[in-house]
Design a protein around this ligand. Structure first.
Ligand code: F6R
Length: 578
């Protein structure tokens, strides 16, 4: 996944590009680059391996009113200067930035070789630039050249394109990767995410697949299949989605500290869920919840919540579901959980499910998943910029728990006030978590154990520690320790035991067994004498303060170990590859 931005506008372009690209770095940060028209009318390109901050140091002032930029998460070709975007066609007519993957790359290479092209990078992006150039050289107009992309290319592409012969126009095309147009007082803009345009655009238009066209300062022209379609820009207040650290050192800690308030906001969201969705849940013969990574863990907890209310419910990771779909029972209802709404493993599942029986849950109301599911629940917990899912994970659990409670004839908001207070309490004791992190950092490994909702909390915490702190960490249902993993325990092995809810007594017992073999156990539980006491909460909400603790622990471990907590190695915020 990568971040794209571009503008045809009268504001200072250099500052705009750098600011917008840094907001888009959650989508990738292997390399960055920009292209603009120089004073001599030629297209200038500046690229670097590394972050937008590095690009800033090498980007001279320029006066162009038309420019594009890119921040990359490498999928095709190593992160290197020659593979960084923008990519320019062989004869320099076309320079573009790309988000997506071309699946028939080899066919495209062979086609271009026959037309005399040789290649300069190992990206599929360069091939798109060459393909457009070849079409232009054969006499096609830019619009015709873009239209032919949709006939020839297979895969996904969101493109922002400069064409040397059209210096007043910024071209674009969209297939399966997100791209939004923005309009503001000073001109027109394009981006992968409208949040990158906050402050410069006040109305937006989400492009559909198959759309291409151009923007200039004064107009936006849009086509599909050779026919012009009028864009209908709509005003959107993206204040809550503004990407701003507000004085925090990192987005991750800011987003963790926003959790108590985000939970309170969900009370209104739960009450506003339309009755027809509540009825669908009430009448469903069974519920299947599908997610990836943290969203899968939220699905596991939510399935447990539904089962405790008497529903048959299970959870499956998206990539497992699509490779070997289970039989669909008539009357089953499918929840697709994805904070980004862009995860390809979830979009793949959507295509397999019976139409009309899907409910997407996202924090991106205009995402592909939100638009293509039969129904959509919008978390609306504000921007989550750090790569690690924190407040969106909690939000998914709370919203679905509330919906299932409503379907069971309850209010839906039971326990949220208490959960929010409990999170505030955990956050207020973050210095204790920090000390635990500095002791654990010296050991090189960590285990979490729990049972029932405590086990799912343990799974989520272990994922956070792995991804954010790049630290070896596993979780086990505590009852499984004695069936094998206990062999890993030696003197001083750190073990965090979540002894809450139904598993309270058994987890304690299992943790003591590990302690007897040398483990250094840190207890989180409802007893006053626990190392880190947490308040008891109803149902699966019990998992929330435990997960908050694990999120803080992973954050402080990352700081302790000098890891980039907001942008962990090899990861990006939405995963648009299989
Ligand atoms: C974990 C994390 C990932 C995502 C996963 C699914 O902190 O961020 O595991 O949870 O890639 O992403 P979404 O929810 O956007 O589908």
């Amino acid at each position: 996944m990568c971040g794209i931005v571009g503008a045809a506008a009268s504001f200072p372009m250099r500052d705009f590009l750098l600011k917008s690209l840094s907001k888009l770095q959650y989508r990738g940060y292997d390399s960055a680059g920009v292209a603009y028209f120089g004073e001599d009318g030629s297209i200038k390109t500046k690229r670097t391996v590394g972050s937008v901050e590095m690009l800033e140091g090498m980007l001279p002032p320029f006066s162009s009113r038309l420019a594009i930029g890119h921040t990359r998460w490498a999928t095709n070709g190593l992160p290197s200067l020659k593979n960084a975007h923008p990519q320019t066609s062989l004869h320099g007519l076309v320079t573009l930035v790309h988000n997506g993957i071309i699946e028939n790359e080899q066919t495209l290479r062979t086609f271009l070789e026959k037309h005399g092209y040789s290649f300069r990078s190992s990206t599929d992006t360069e091939l798109i630039a060459d393909f457009i150039e070849a079409a232009l050289s054969s006499g096609k107009s830019p619009e015709e050249a873009l239209s032919s992309l949709f006939r020839f290319l297979q895969g996904s592409f969101a493109l922002a394109i400069l064409i040397a012969s059209s210096p007043g126009k910024l071209y674009f095309a969209k297939q399966s990767s997100p791209l939004v147009l923005g309009r503001g007082e000073c001109g027109h803009l394009v981006a992968s995410d409208p949040a990158a345009l906050v402050g410069r655009a006040d109305s937006f238009y989400d492009l559909e697949d198959g759309y291409y066209g151009y923007v200039s300062e004064d107009e936006a022209k849009l086509y599909v299949d050779g026919k012009e379609v009028p864009p209908s820009f709509e005003e959107r207040n993206l204040g809550k989605y503004e990407i701003d650290l507000r004085g925090y050192p990192h987005f991750m800690i800011k987003e963790i500290e926003e959790e108590p308030e985000a939970l309170m906001g969900l009370k209104d969201t739960i009450q506003a869920i339309p009755e027809d969705i509540v009825r669908l849940v009430r009448e469903a013969s069974s519920i299947c919840l599908i997610g990836c990574g943290s969203s899968y863990h939220a699905a596991l907890l939510s399935a447990r919540a539904a089962r405790r209310l008497g529903k048959r419910a299970n959870a499956i990771p998206g990539s497992e579901f699509s490779i070997d779909p289970p039989p669909f029972e008539e009357g089953a209802l499918f929840f697709l959980l994805s904070q980004s709404g862009e995860t390809v493993d979830i979009l793949d599942v959507l295509r397999l499910l019976p139409k009309g029986r899907t409910i997407a849950l996202t924090n991106a109301s205009h995402s592909r998943l939100a638009r293509e599911s039969a129904h959509h629940l919008f978390l609306d917990v504000g921007a989550e910029v750090a790569v690690a899912a924190t407040k969106t994970f909690l939000g998914e659990v709370v919203l679905l728990n509330g919906l299932f409670l409503r379907a069971a004839g309850k209010e839906g908001t039971e326990g949220i006030d208490e959960a929010s207070r409990s999170l505030r309490d955990v956050i207020a004791r973050k210095h204790e978590v920090r000390s635990a992190a500095s002791a654990i950092a010296r050991t090189g490994h960590l285990y979490f154990i729990g049972r029932a909702e405590g086990n799912e909390a343990a799974m989520e915490c272990a994922l956070k520690v792995k991804e954010v702190a790049c630290f070896r960490c596993e979780s086990f249902p505590s009852g499984e320790l004695k069936h094998g993993p206990i062999a890993l325990i030696e003197k001083g092995t750190p073990l965090v035991a979540f002894s809450v809810g139904k598993g309270e007594a058994m987890v304690r017992l299992n943790a003591r067994e590990a302690e007897a073999r040398g483990a250094s156990v840190l207890f989180l539980g409802s007893r006053k004498e626990d190392d880190f006491p947490v308040d008891p909460l109803p149902g699966v909400l019990e998992a929330l303060p435990l997960v908050c603790y694990g999120q803080l622990l992973s954050y402080f471990l990352a700081l302790e170990l000098g890891k980039p907590c907001d942008r962990p190695r090899n990861l990006a915020k939405s995963v648009t590859v299989r």
